[in-house]
Design a protein around this ligand. Structure first.
Ligand SMILES: *Cc1c(COP(=O)(O)O)cnc(C)c1O
Length: 458
């Protein structure tokens, strides 16, 4: 039998030229975004002051299955895509499992993660519309870096609100973003009324993604010619990230493989939504029935312990309402939780699919995640991002189950990025100083009690 190579690269003629919109094949669509003022579904006119027009249209379109990737974005992708699909031979051998493990590695670019896939698209559409600049937020820093790269390439000024604890813990992330010419402001800041209100209520806050979103949106809508962009959660972002799954499916097809299990870490849901897109399509259309697993941190468990309800996408309560699994927009994960995956909500697309039973979700505790990260680094020689290591943890657990049961499953997981900017967390783990934090039921009930009341809906 021909041995499958370690790295499976796609030839030019198999490279995806369209993004796939998973919503098109969902019999029941995700519930629409609501305008918080009127309680009615948002319209293009509602979104246009905040988002650039091309992206607002993608956000609202739940029926067009494929969108052409604009040629300049395809050209941009060519600088770092297709990303490799890798067979984890050494990990398999170490685990002594009959399972075949494949991972799609998205860390081969300076931003170090999959986020560049959507950043390139968003910067391109904004430039094509003639906008003057963009604002955004960044948590762990990967999105800010990715967008700074894309904006500098397409020639757009960018202001990044960076969650304060990351700003302080990751000075090199900030320097990378600044190197690409973007401005970085620690959030909460006094540059916006949302930031000032949060600081007045809680002067020592280490910040949160939700709060940085409020600031970035406010800055965009109050600056002439500016718009806001978001790196996860939104359906447009899941659309752009479908390139991950489409490439994976094409590469697996080249070697006559199809996954029994597809695993991804879930923060706001963009990499997972992108990775699973073609496989979920097969599931929705009855062509195949792969098992799909979302892995979230035990410290920020929106799918597994949140509520499926309409909520704000930000702490400052200025964004549209999205129906999603949420811990409440006021939820703040423990400061001891390292890395990303700190968002209170989850992509409305994934939330709906999970709610309707098309996928599973599991949680992983931080120390178990880092154990998996270190094991993976030693076997496969890639230092993973802590976020990605959630998927590694689950893939290892699934492979060990296969060993127990003597099952030779094919497992695919998303290795979303590298961990070079997370060395403080690795150092804590290595020295034994890292702990696990799991929010109490009372704490979750408290933040969930503040969900918005919408007459006639909830
Ligand atoms: C941002 C990020 C994630 C989580 O975001 P999703 O939108 O859930 O994909 C995961 N891994 C890495 C490396 C990231 O930068």
């Amino acid at each position: 039998m021909k041995q499958v190579p370690h790295r499976i690269y796609l030839p030019e003629d198999r490279i995806p030229r369209q993004w796939y919109n998973l919503r098109a094949d969902m019999k029941e669509k995700p519930d629409p975004l609501l305008n918080p003022g009127t309680g009615k579904p948002v319209t293009l006119a509602d979104l246009e002051p905040v988002f650039c027009t091309g992206l607002a249209k993608q956000e609202l379109d739940d029926s067009t299955p494929f969108f052409d990737i604009p040629e300049p974005v395809l050209e941009f992708y060519r600088m770092y895509r297709p990303s490799p699909l890798i067979r984890a031979y050494n990990l398999e051998k170490y685990l002594d499992t009959p399972a075949k493990i494949y991972y799609k590695f998205e860390g081969n670019n300076t931003s170090g993660s999959h986020k560049l896939n959507s950043a390139a698209a968003q910067a391109y559409y904004a430039k094509a519309q003639g906008l003057k600049g963009l604002t955004t937020e960044t948590g762990a820093g990967q999105w800010g870096t990715a967008l700074a790269e894309a904006c500098s390439f397409f020639g757009l000024p960018l202001t990044v609100y960076m969650v304060k604890c990351s700003y302080e813990q990751k000075p090199f992330r900030k320097s990378v973003i600044e190197t690409f010419g973007a401005q970085v402001i620690p959030s909460p800041s006094s540059t916006t009324s949302a930031g000032r209100a949060i600081l007045a209520a809680n002067p020592d806050t280490s910040g949160s993604l939700g709060c940085a979103i409020s600031e970035a949106v406010e800055k965009a809508v109050s600056t002439q010619g500016y718009r806001y962009v978001l790196g996860s959660v939104l359906s447009q972002v899941v659309l752009h990230q479908s390139v991950i799954g489409l490439e994976s499916a094409a590469a697996l097809e080249l070697i006559d493989e199809y996954p029994d299990t597809v695993i991804g870490c879930a923060g706001g849901g963009s990499n997972l939504g992108g990775l699973i897109a073609p496989f979920m399509r097969d599931k929705l259309t009855g062509k195949a029935n792969p098992e799909i697993i979302a892995v979230e941190p035990a410290s920020c468990p929106s799918l597994t312990r949140g509520k499926y309800a309409y909520d704000f996408c930000d702490t400052g309560k200025i964004t549209p309402l999205a129906r999603m699994y949420t811990l409440g927009s006021q939820f703040m994960p423990s400061a001891s939780h390292a890395g990303g995956l700190r968002y209170h909500g989850m992509s409305p697309i994934l939330s709906k699919l999970y709610h309707d039973g098309y996928m599973k979700a599991v949680t992983a505790e931080q120390t178990k995640v880092f154990e998996a990260a270190v094991l993976f680094a030693k076997q496969e020689t890639i230092l993973p991002a802590p976020e990605s290591a959630h998927a590694i943890r689950c893939a290892i657990d699934e492979a060990l189950k296969c060993k127990e049961r003597g099952e030779a499953k094919t497992i695919l997981f998303g290795l979303t990025g590298t961990g070079y900017f997370d060395m403080t967390a690795y150092a804590n783990f290595n020295s034994g100083a890292m702990g696990d934090f799991i929010p109490t039921d009372e704490a979750l009930a408290q933040s969930l009690s503040q969900l918005p009341q919408i007459p006639g809906i909830q």
